[in-house]
Design a protein around this ligand. Structure first.
Ligand SMILES: Nc1nc2c(ncn2[C@@H]2O[C@H](COP(=O)(O)OP(=O)(O)OP(=O)(O)O)[C@@H](O)[C@H]2O)c(=O)[nH]1
Length: 316
């Protein structure tokens, strides 16, 4: 993360600040792109679809601008109360941001999922929209060109005027900086909204919970993603530690819906849970910049996805 340039800006220099969000179907690469723009792992990526639950903001600091990225969950046909709430979050986010980036992976033909979202986007008239073809490292030039044309065509069909159409690869770091350069002129003039060095305004506990949830989801069966929630109960600096050797105690509960899921999460002789702890601890330490002792417990919250009271308790 760069700090603001020390050299004084000329008096004509305009400072811009505002919000952008990336939309697109699950696995389109939105979280990875947010991370690449911000430069640290703040949004949660997972090879499983539909796992970005919270509106995590990453902040891009530049001498001339501050771009605040809002990472929304994928819009999808609601099947449960949780699904409906997620869609409400997405729509209200769209109406509030200054720029929307519509993400489509280069390696998959436009499908009903993309069109469903694009149709909804066409209804958000005022907000400028950029079409972003992601994961360009996975395809050759010909496929990429076809995808760019298909998106231009989709825009014409639905009456969406793309402010830009840009191919990027977050993984290979291709045109990520250019994307920021294209978004920034679309932001309103305004002062810095966050202090230098701020990466996100998500409460730390929620980010920590997301990192644990991401690790807990890795490699488990397809039907589990929506059945896991993580709540961080406590984050307390360990007492009696020398100043140069701090330790942060984090106590967190992993909630599942049924006792039959417990074995999957914990694994043979607790091996899987231990692995989840080790993996997420590394990310948490990188995020918070301090050594961490992570204490994880698995609990059953029956049918939490369908129960409004449980949903509130679990932070939805
Ligand atoms: N090769 C390649 N893979 C990518 C790129 N960007 C993302 N991916 C992979 O695509 C998968 C999905 O990426 P995410 O960033 O989690 O996608 P998302 O759109 O945020 O997904 P949801 O949270 O499910 O909505 C992950 O396995 C990423 O590693 C890229 O530029 N190149």
């Amino acid at each position: 993360m760069g700090r603001m340039s020390a050299s004084p800006q000329s008096s004509e220099a305009v400072h811009r600040s505002g919000f952008a969000c990336f939309v697109g179907r699950p696995n389109a690469g939105k979280s990875t792109l947010t991370n690449a723009l911000v430069g640290i792992k703040v949004a949660i990526t997972s090879s499983r679809p539909q796992t970005t639950r919270h509106t995590v903001r990453g902040i891009v600091h530049r001498p001339d601008a501050q771009l605040i990225l809002v990472d929304t969950p994928g819009l999808h046909k609601p099947r449960t109360l949780l699904g409906e709430r997620l869609n409400d979050v997405v729509r209200s986010t769209w109406a509030e941001v200054d720029v929307i980036g519509f993400c489509v992976p280069a390696d998959q033909k436009l499908g009903p999922g993309d069109k469903y979202i694009a149709k909804e986007l066409a209804g958000v008239r005022k907000t400028p929209k950029i079409a972003i073809v992601t994961k360009t490292d996975l395809v050759d030039d010909k496929v990429l060109r076809e995808q760019l044309l298909a998106i231009a065509e989709l825009g014409r069909e639905l009456g969406i005027e793309w402010a830009e159409i840009i191919p990027v690869s977050a993984v290979a770091d291709v045109q990520v900086g250019l994307l920021a350069d294209l978004i920034i002129p679309l932001l309103p003039e305004g002062p810095q909204l966050y202090a230098d060095g701020d990466l996100t305004d998500e409460p730390e506990q929620i980010m920590v919970a997301e990192l644990i949830r991401e690790a807990a989801l890795e490699g488990v069966r397809d039907e589990l993603p929506h059945s896991i929630a993580v709540v961080v109960e406590e984050m307390i600096p360990r007492e009696d530690r020398p100043k140069d050797k701090p330790l942060l105690d984090i106590h967190a509960n992993i909630y599942i819906e049924r006792s039959s899921q417990k074995g999957i999460i914990i694994g043979p002789k607790g091996a899987r849970l231990k692995d989840v702890g080790t993996k997420s601890r590394k990310h948490i330490e990188a995020l918070l910049g301090t050594p961490v002792f992570l204490d994880l417990h698995v609990k059953i919250a029956k049918d939490w996805q369908r129960d409004p009271k449980q949903l509130r308790k679990l932070g939805f």
